[in-house]
Design a protein around this ligand. Sequence first.
Ligand SMILES: Nc1ncnc2c1ncn2[C@@H]1O[C@H](COP(=O)(O)OP(=O)(O)OP(=O)(O)O)[C@@H](O)[C@H]1O
Ligand SMILES: [Mg+2]
Length: 242
Amino acid sequence: MTEIIELKDVHVKVQGKDILKGINLKVNKGEVHVIMGPNGAGKSTVLNSIMNHPTYEVTQGEILLDNELSNELDVNEVAQKGIFMCFQSPIEIDGVTMVNFLRTSYNAIKGEEMKMAPFHKLVKEKMKELNMDPSFRTRSVNVGFSGGEKKRSEILQLSIIEPDFALLDELDSGLDVDALKLLSEQILKIKEKTNMGIILVTHHSKILKYLKPDFVHVLKAGQIVEEGGFELVERIEGEGFN
Ligand SMILES: Nc1ncnc2c1ncn2[C@@H]1O[C@H](COP(=O)(O)OP(=O)(O)OP(=O)(O)O)[C@@H](O)[C@H]1O
Ligand SMILES: [Mg+2]
């Protein structure tokens, strides 16, 4: 369980290169934060660093999950603390079925063994909510999935885990209009139920019409250069980042 994610003057190096240069960000459960900014600004790096992905090295400052430093936890422990990330490019795992993958990750994150029968029931129910064909249960994770189907499979996982915080990296890229609405509504439903906090990275305002952000942060060259509310999104849409 985590109530607050806080980044204090966070500097991150990737492959020997300084990418984040002093990020301050505080996100409480129940809040929706959006990070926007040009390609290569470091948006995905912020999310990966919160997960303590091993490629991302915090060289200064701290990332706190309540009172624990995320860089003293491994990725699984971060997940067990209720932080879940939907990746910009979801990975494919050949030979592992969706349902086995979902069950393994559920058991690992929740620390409890859900029996096969009730788990199948849960997966079926969530797949129905997401308008996914039940045949996806026995397909290898993300292998041969279309771009939109991969995003749907990430939200299926999110729906089953119901984390405290969802880090959503360009969830909207490659989604058709109906899928964008359906997945956004599913996220809002989880948020309503669990008071989940959200950090969303996007390049487009359309998803923000559904997931109304409380805070907007603009990231450029590894630094937050502007913060505000939805009016900032509208300005960026009109004028760009310059
Ligand atoms: N694993 C990695 N190996 C090498 N360089 C990396 C790695 N991850 C990030 N970088 C570099 O860090 C910089 C920031 O990348 P990041 O993915 O955070 O950008 P972004 O803001 O998410 O961009 P986009 O909008 O294109 O997704 C880029 O120059 C990128 O090449
Ligand atoms: Mg990115």
